[in-house]
Design a protein. Sequence first.
Length: 59
Amino acid sequence: MVDPTSDLGEDVDPDDAPRCGTCGEPVVDAPDHRVLTWVEDDAVRSVHFCDDGCRARWD
Ligand SMILES: [Zn+2]
């Protein structure tokens, strides 16, 4: 069943979407979406950002 009003695509539920590490907005289908990943304590960590602006403000 496809919801014709949904523009999220790919069965992405906003509640399941990663949150921007800077502004906290859900990162859903954002064309400028950025992801930063690194390894910490033998675990892979990742932070998502809406765009380069949020990425630049995260530190
Ligand atoms: Zn953001």
